[in-house]
Ligand binder design. Structure first.
Ligand code: IPD
Length: 270
């Protein structure tokens, strides 16, 4: 049953329900002004807030109630091993720094892996309530509040020189200095760079035609799982240094641009 289309659709519906509830919680719990930092993680500028933690607890509780045999990997808690072959990959707030400052680009990101492959993805921008969903093999969709879902088809720019490239900078100083040098080299080959502050939303923006390409180093599975599937299902190719995208390198571009873009990214030293 786990691998059937009906099972995928049921998982997708549950994922969207949970992500919507979590996104509603994130905005209702957010105090006015600057949100205080509860703790820092990989570096002194890598924040976690109490609302990140509470949102992840909410998501984990909903998953455990609906599907007690599933595993969970989340940004703010211990991994839970399940026995069903299904693992939920959860970022309660992707774009925590945006959330702290009140910049309206922070999202609940939930990917669902079956036997190690992300089969369902859902990203909900908690600030704008834009929703992005994908089921492997069934396309990617965006929905604005009150609107109908619109199928996403990534568009390649006329040339690499006209590509608007999304990226991000890791919290760890050595990694961000490496990224900064590589981005400096990349700038002469592309239209411009955008740093949105949420990798999940960047990948959805690529699917939606708000970006032409993407590159980042240091992404964790929860940054990448759901947005990566949304991008892939819109016609985006994703790659890493050797094969699949991962923490070392994630490059993404529409099919027609992918080979040239990936070669350029590598030549720039990412
Ligand atoms: C971060 C965001 C950011 C990316 C960082 C991530 P977080 O996730 O996705 O855009 O550049 O690498 O860590 O910490 O806000 O969940």
């Amino acid at each position: 049953m786990t691998g059937t289309p009906a099972a995928h659709e049921a998982l997708a519906a549950l994922t969207l329900d949970i992500a919507r509830e979590a996104a509603a919680y994130v905005t209702s719990a957010r105090p006015p002004g600057r949100v205080p930092v509860a703790q820092t993680k990989s570096s002194p500028t890598d924040p976690v807030t109490e609302i990140d933690r509470a949102t992840e607890e909410l998501i984990r509780a909903r998953i455990a109630a609906a599907r007690p045999g599933d595993g969970v990997v989340g940004e703010e808690g211990e991994a839970v091993a399940g026995d069903s072959g299904v693992v939920w990959v959860v970022d309660p707030i992707d774009g925590t720094v945006n959330f702290m400052y009140g910049i309206p680009a922070f999202a609940v990101s939930i990917g669902v892996e079956i036997d190690g492959v992300v089969e369902v993805g859902c990203v909900v921008n908690a600030a704008t309530k834009e929703e992005y969903t994908a089921v492997r093999g069934n396309g990617a969709y965006a929905r604005t509040p009150g609107g109908e879902p619109v199928r996403l088809a990534a568009q390649a720019p006329p040339a690499l020189s006209h590509a608007l490239v999304g990226t991000g900078f890791n919290y760890v100083l050595a990694t961000r200095l490496h990224q900064a040098r590589a981005v400096t080299s990349l700038l002469e080959h592309v239209r411009d760079i955008r740093r949105g502050g949420s990798a999940a939303l960047d990948l959805c923006a690529l699917a939606q035609g708000r970006l032409d390409a993407y590159v980042e180093q240091g992404l964790k599975p929860w940054d990448l799982a759901a947005g990566g599937l949304v991008a892939a299902e819109s016609g985006v190719v994703l790659a890493g240094l050797t094969g699949r995208p991962d923490e070392r390198l994630t490059m993404a571009a529409p099919t027609a641009l992918a080979a040239e873009y990936f070669a350029t990214v590598r030549a720039c030293g990412f």
